[in-house]
Design a protein around this ligand. Sequence first.
Ligand code: PMP
Length: 334
Amino acid sequence: MRIREIVKAFESYKVVEGSYRIWLDKNESPFDLPEEIKNEIFEEVKRIPLNRYPHITADPLREKIAEFLGFEKGNIIIGNGSDEIISHLLKLFEGGYIVISSPTFGMYDFFAKLEGIDLVDVPLDERFKLQNVENYAENAKTIFICSPNNPTGNTQEREKIINVLETGAPVVLDEAYIEFAESSNVDLVNEYDNLIVLRTFSKAFGLAGIRVGYAVASEEIINYLLRIKPPFSLNALSMKIAELMLDHYDVIKQNINYIIKERNRIYKEFKDYAYPSEANFLLMQLNAYEFLLEKGIVVRNLSGRLSNHIRVTIGKKDENDELIKVLKEFIERF
Ligand code: PMP
């Protein structure tokens, strides 16, 4: 069975469960919503008729996001997490293969394998910058660029992204962590019909639990995506919560600033081991996964090209203090 091979290819990823003290493994926000906002949400949620299907294309939320970003509703599609949108994007374009640049987010590879789509890997260079992906554009179904990249944390230069777009191949620019970075390239959607930008409410917005992601692209691409997507994949409650959170961006912005400050503090402590990051996590060349786990701290253990590396999500100050203490202990011992 083909599925057996797919499962085997992803065997190294293990979901950690248990009663650990500190969770810094999934690039989540450490901040739940403040109580007042939760109460406001519950009041709104009470009014939703649960016997009815949600809006078929999530238009109220599409409108809200469009206004937030300065686009039209027609440029936005909502998914059950941006993961869902990745799976649909792979079905959209012709071409022989998809192009990724490893090490990068595993779901591009996962969905390609699931769909039986060939994959060309043009690995990032030693500074984690994109190499000659343009050379593979001609026959590419889609070229995936993740910026800031998971798990390395760095961004790709705008000029390079433009060069790739100039090939005319469909380009998916994954900006899941963009709120923690200096600048976005979402505006390029106005110039390039072959660009699809992916965003999510799971990271900076602190809403990983409600599963809402979105894509920004030309109306033509969005219309095709809307036709192949299961109509009611996003539930009415999640839709409403995401909408309300866009009215509270001031709270989100405060959290983003906090995370960036903490990220820079941790980076300074481990400059010799950590890579510069524009995301809510740091990649470190430290084989400290087991050591941290024994002390109750869960981080992401990386395998493959980045063996002996860990990816550490930025947490609250007290969690980060504990992480710094334990990592220093690890460095002294080994
Ligand atoms: N893209 C990247 C780069 C990610 O790291 C993640 C989550 N880990 C996603 C997309 C998916 O996010 P979600 O499905 O929660 O929107």
